[in-house]
Design a protein around this ligand. Structure first.
Ligand code: NAD
Length: 509
């Protein structure tokens, strides 16, 4: 087992040397057979943060085979829920013990503020605890109304070997929205983090070993979508794929999985609207809009990148959001006061700027920002908080995921028009409504095409509450009891228990 050193808050600083990461397959830390390695440079501070083994088909195959063997021999899939829960609870404790170490690596690789990384790591521990509670409280159905001689049970059995593929924007958090639930169900797993943010996923192997998870139950392969992710999608020994990432890659995964009818759960992109009515608490709504669009530099599936404001208050409300956005603390991710950090890559920064430039060329008005930002001492991979008006719903900046701190403002006159605009999207991940009238909130909530609707709040989430998208934002659900249920097969056992004859079929007696 590797060193489980704990970094304290006082020791938080730019690491002096990169962390070395290897695959974790069948309980052992291994390099790639061909020796390939990839490096991640910090988006905020420059310098190599991690040097990770770069997997190929050989590593993906070995991990899948280990997971299959572990599943079939029952070392995890057939033990009691109580035993599984005990391991998950220990992992939760260990995550908390190592919060600073995990948070520092998350920040250095993703560019997100350290205070946010800490919050995400602590929140992740809560998922492990909640999943432990589910491991002990799973049950199916029984039927004793089928007649004197018959009784039936509907059992829930772990689906088998599950591939978990995660993105770069919330690496440890999204890992924890999947892995503990799959393990709680009794599945065995192969995990692949984004090539840009491998560290915290690779390091969880140490915690799993320390918590007593048997070898082969969770295997971690580092590397790119091609060939690691694609092998995890097409391999005949994989029973299910749980993927979080872009809609484009989600579609590819779905297509490949269809060839062998593997179950697929997809958490994809969003273009999430907040609708603001004049009778809302406008101060609170403006703050939630600033939070919704700037949190994680807008690199968030749940980013509320468009707002739809009643025309009577549009000008005043936009001015309020502009004023609040000016005050958001953008800057050095290692400063504990920073609220918004760096953009994940230079290419992504150029992409964000491209949306803004195109909208301006089409007649949009930039009320705030609209350009890259450099921060003293930590480089130039930042983007100004940006607010854009004079838009129409068909423009690319309003329809596509910008994935930056860029807010599109639209206006409406009636509830029907607000709902039509909110639903005018290929996506359906989340939506919000602000009004002091519960009828308005409920009418919106019932007609919004979104997997989650927030009323008079934004982005509150709980392990208990299912999350996922409609339309091209995904399929299936994650977390909560519904998310947990994704990792089961349902098996009906029909039993004849009476002593009498079942009545011969041949000869009709
Ligand atoms: P991405 O689709 O580029 O990559 C996601 C993961 O898929 C990475 O691990 C990547 O290596 C892997 N991958 C790439 N090509 C693959 C292939 N052909 N086969 C298998 N795996 C492959 O997404 P990203 O840029 O890392 O993340 C941003 C996207 O994720 C955004 O669209 C965002 O909205 C979405 N997202 C959704 C949610 C949600 O819960 N709905 C949460 C976070 C992020």
């Amino acid at each position: 087992m590797k060193d489980l050193n704990v970094i304290t808050e006082a020791e938080i600083a730019v690491p002096t040397h990169p962390v070395e990461l290897r695959h974790f397959i069948d309980g052992a830390w291994v390099d790639s057979a061909d020796g390939a390695v990839s490096e991640r440079v910090s988006p905020s501070h420059g310098g190599v943060v991690s040097r990770a083994a770069q997997g190929g088909e050989a590593e993906a195959n070995a991990a899948i085979e280990a997971a299959r063997k572990a599943f079939n021999d029952g070392r995890w899939s057939r033990i009691s829920g109580k035993e599984r829960a005990a391991v998950l609870l220990k992992v939760a404790d260990l995550i908390e013990e190592h919060t600073e170490r995990l948070a520092l690596l998350e920040t250095m690789e993703s560019g997100k503020p350290i205070s946010q990384s800490r919050g995400e790591v602590e929140g992740a521990a809560d998922h492990w605890r909640y999943a432990a509670s589910l491991a002990r409280t799973t049950y199916g159905d029984s039927h004793n109304t089928l007649g004197e001689d018959m009784v039936a049970m509907v059992l829930k059995e772990p689906i088998g070997v599950v591939s978990l593929i995660t993105p770069w924007n919330f690496p440890f958090w999204i890992l924890s929205q999947k892995l503990p639930y799959a393990l709680a169900a009794g599945c065995t797993c192969v995990v692949k983090p984004s090539e840009m943010t491998p560290s915290t996923t690779a390091l969880i192997a140490e915690l799993l070993v320390a918590a007593g998870l048997p070898a082969g139950v969770c295997n971690i392969v580092l590397g790119y979508g091609l060939p690691v992710g694609s092998t995890m999608t097409s391999h005949p020994e994989v029973d299910m794929i749980s993927f979080t990432g872009s809609t484009a890659v989600g579609k590819k995964i779905s297509e490949i999985a269809a060839a062998s009818l593997k179950k697929v759960a997809l958490e994809l992109g969003g273009k999430n609207p907040q609708v603001i009515f004049p009778d809302a608490d406008l101060e609170d709504a403006a703050d939630a809009v600033a939070f919704g669009v700037h949190f994680n530099v807008g690199q968030c599936c749940n980013s509320s990148s468009r707002i739809i404001v009643h025309e009577d208050i549009a000008e005043e409300f936009t001015a309020r959001v502009v004023e609040l956005s000016r005050q958001v603390a953008f800057g050095n991710p290692l400063n504990p006061d920073t609220q918004v950090g760096a953009i994940v890559t230079e290419d992504h920064q150029v992409k964000i700027d491209g949306y803004v430039t195109e909208a301006v060329a089409e007649g949009a008005d930039v009320k705030l920002g609209g350009a890259a930002l450099s921060v003293d001492g930590v480089g130039e991979q930042f983007y100004q908080p940006t607010i854009i008006t004079k838009l129409t719903s068909s423009m690319r900046i309003v329809q596509e995921e910008v994935f930056g701190p860029v807010l599109s403002v639209l206006t409406f006159k009636t509830l029907d028009e607000a709902i039509e605009l909110a639903n005018d999207s290929i996506y359906g991940l989340s939506a919000g409504v602000w009004s002091s009238d519960v009828h308005t909130c409920l009418a919106f909530a019932r007609r919004a095409e979104a997997g989650t609707v927030w009323t008079n709040t934004w982005m509150d989430g709980f392990p208990e509450v299912a999350f996922g998208g409609m339309k091209q934002s995904g399929q299936g659900r994650e977390i909560g009891r519904y998310g947990f249920e994704e990792f089961f097969e349902v098996k009906s056992v029909v039993m004849r228990v009476g002593k009498g004859s079942r009545g011969a079929w041949v000869g009709g007696k």
